[in-house]
Write a protein that binds this ligand. Structure first.
Ligand SMILES: [Zn+2]
Length: 85
């Protein structure tokens, strides 16, 4: 089977990664023991009562030259590069 690679338009590297960055606010109800209804003995950040995403961004980054591409641009660029192979 033929392998398909995406090529960085800047440095021609094949190490491209899609990156997803997100920010969340975790809430813990203050009760009689450790904060959060699911925490009793100690406070564990992953035992949250509520989680709200406040922002997120997706982009493609070249692992070699660290150039970042926004997703709209990369779709066009990757398609062109793909046809060139
Ligand atoms: Zn590159």
């Amino acid at each position: 089977m033929e392998s398909k690679y995406y090529v960085c338009p800047v440095c021609k590297s094949k190490s491209l990664y899609l990156k997803h960055e997100a920010s969340y606010v975790y809430s813990y109800l203050l009760d009689s023991d450790a904060p959060g209804m699911k925490n009793t003995e100690v406070f564990s950040p992953f035992l949250y009562d509520r989680r709200k995403q406040t922002s997120s961004i997706e982009y493609v980054e070249c692992d070699n030259c660290k150039t970042k591409f926004n997703s709209d641009l990369i779709h066009e660029t990757l398609e062109v590069s793909n046809h060139d192979l």
